[in-house]
Design a protein around this ligand. Structure first.
Ligand SMILES: NC(=O)c1ccc[n+]([C@@H]2O[C@H](COP(=O)([O-])OP(=O)(O)OC[C@H]3O[C@@H](n4cnc5c(N)ncnc54)[C@H](O)[C@@H]3O)[C@@H](O)[C@H]2O)c1
Length: 257
């Protein structure tokens, strides 16, 4: 019988939700970790209505205690920690010279502290189990390029790809593999919110934000989708280390290597 378990942060919405639904179909016990317990509970209901196993766990990725308690709950419930996706994120855009330090700190707390705390909690349990595991970060095309109004986001998303590389080196002897999935724009609540905000900050229309900023550098003018990310996660869940430390670009040709 298949007994693997996955924990996904920010799984109450968008990319994390799609990945949670997909990994449940792949046979994983799913821990839906989020600060929003009502959306997390809806995702759990969708999974369990389908006959698969899931629990919702409150997890604020900026809090060491909250992260550790969430992982303890995973171990108590399912007894293993095989796959973890550090995915929770927010976006705050401002022109650089006006960017409030308070908002920079908020971005660092979620994207940088969060990635560290979640990956470390996963690593500890994967190493202790003697079975290893896989840690996947949600990076972004912004792990490779710069974008107006997004200095903290760019900083953190570049950093996450580096964090994955270092953990890959240290984790290899314990069978712990790491990856960064780097999508271009996907229409989730995080992006829907940015369209009017960017239009206002840059003095252009919402249509221009989508066409001339979000999709301009793709080869086909297409958004990436949450299913693209879920497919990639399912694929990486079976990697035997050949891809460890790598960043995978799901960008419709934007920032291709
Ligand atoms: N949507 C895109 O175009 C896109 C592209 C590349 C990368 N990303 C990244 O993908 C990840 C998910 O984004 P999304 O588009 O699905 O966003 P979303 O807004 O749909 O979902 C984000 C989830 O994170 C949760 N969250 C926020 N703060 C949290 C915290 N402190 N602790 C735990 N959970 C918290 C929210 O409650 C929400 O459920 C983010 O890291 C984002 O930067 C998004």
């Amino acid at each position: 019988m298949f007994h693997k378990s996955v924990l996904i942060t920010g799984a109450g919405s968008g990319i994390g939700k799609a990945c949670a639904l997909r990994m449940a179909k792949e046979g994983y016990n799913v821990v839906v970790a989020d600060i929003n317990m009502s959306t997390a509970a809806e995702v759990v209901k969708e999974i369990t209505d389908d006959g698969n196993a899931a629990i919702a766990v409150f997890m604020d990725v900026t809090s060491e205690t909250s992260v550790e308690v969430g992982f303890d709950t995973m171990m108590e419930t399912y007894g293993s920690c095989d796959l973890v996706m550090s995915n929770a994120g927010i976006q705050i855009v401002h022109p650089f010279e006006e960017y409030p330090f308070e908002d920079w700190r908020k971005m660092m707390a979620i994207h940088a502290d969060g990635a560290f705390l979640v990956a470390r909690a996963a690593y500890r349990r994967m190493k202790a189990s003697g079975k290893g595991g896989r840690i996947v970060f949600t990076g972004s095309v912004q792990s490779f390029v710069g974008s107006k109004l997004k200095e903290p986001y760019n900083f953190a998303k570049h950093g996450v790809a580096g964090l994955a590389k270092s953990i890959a080196r240290e984790g290899a002897e314990h069978g712990i593999y790491t990856y960064t999935i780097c999508p271009s724009f996907i229409k989730t609540p995080l992006v829907e919110k940015q369209i009017p905000e960017q239009a206002q900050s840059l003095g252009i229309t919402e249509e221009e934000v989508v066409k001339n900023i979000m999709l301009r550098d793709t080869v086909d003018g297409e958004f990436t989708t949450v299913e693209d990310v879920a497919n990639t996660l399912a694929f990486l869940a079976n990697d035997q280390g050949a891809l460890t430390g790598q960043s995978l670009r799901l960008t419709h040709g934007w920032a291709m290597m």
